[in-house]
Design a protein around this ligand. Structure first.
Ligand code: SF4
Ligand code: SF4
Length: 81
């Protein structure tokens, strides 16, 4: 039996990246509003990027006034501090 492949190309769901521990201060966040696919979500007081929902459009990079998001291999992530 073949294994289902996610839209991201991965076979297993990736863990969302939390902003905590990165440079992103989880401001009240234009990045989340900019994402057409709801890949950036608040989780309590923090915020996270769900890689499997990211289409790599780059809108969140433009939306962050502080430059804390980057694309790697077509997937958005918070930059390290
Ligand atoms: S990535 Fe930028 S816009 Fe998004 S929560 Fe972090 S600092 Fe705010
Ligand atoms: S790059 Fe990904 S997380 Fe950022 S706005 Fe586009 S789809 Fe959403």
């Amino acid at each position: 039996m073949s294994q289902a492949i996610l839209p991201s190309g991965r076979a297993t769901p990736a863990t969302p990246q939390q902003a905590a521990g990165t440079g992103c201060p989880a401001c009240d966040a234009e990045c989340a509003n900019s994402c057409y696919n709801d890949a950036i979500r608040y989780l309590g007081a923090s915020i996270a990027i769900a890689p499997d929902d990211c289409g790599g459009c780059g809108a969140c990079i433009s939306a962050c006034p502080h430059g804390w998001i980057t694309l790697a291999d077509g997937i958005a992530s918070f930059r390290p501090r």
